[in-house]
Design a protein around this ligand. Sequence first.
Ligand code: MN
Length: 232
Amino acid sequence: MNHVFSPPPVVSVPVVGRSERFPVHRVYCVGRNYAAHAREMGFTGREPPFFFLKPADDALVIADGQGPTPVPYPSLTGDLHHEIECVVAIGRGGRDIEAADAGQHIFGYAVGIDLTRRDLQASMKQQGRPWCIGKAFDHSAPIGPITEAAQAGDPSHAGIWLKVNGNERQRSDLGQLIWSVGEIIEHLSRAWELQPGDLIYTGTPEGVGSLVRGDVVTGGVQGLVDISVRIV
Ligand code: MN
């Protein structure tokens, strides 16, 4: 087929121990999915899950582990925040998936950072407008390599942490998720038909905070490959 200009290449994430990569379809994110983070953002932590998306093509930054991966400090903000998250990689699509069956749809897991222009997000929230400008900007979704589910240990109870320049900012456990991975997939697949290649950022624990140019941000989830980025 001929196009009026060259279509962009497929965005893909490396898979631990394999030469084949994981081709990305969509990037979903869950908001306020740890009670202590919901409280630090001024909410109760008892609301149903809600979702937003980031563009797969320009938001993802593949952090391949060969030293800190550069991430440009974005435009329009003076308050860029880090949010460490466990990312679920969907290998089999479906709609109306029951939480108990969700495991059959999971290819694997990775460590991601949901970078947020907090000042813009707060302004949009205050005006009742969409969050896109605060969340869905270019280079806003660094992600490390995907570990296949069978090798990833028990993701329902795994430590999650983030450090900035070696100083710990966030630490929790996936056992603290308000909505479990299975429940997230159940809710999400009622609203959208999930496709192979979908990524789901499952929410961040408490301790979010600002980044400046030069910061080295490292993070991890027990059983998965750590992520490391430098804000430039
Ligand atoms: Mn988030």
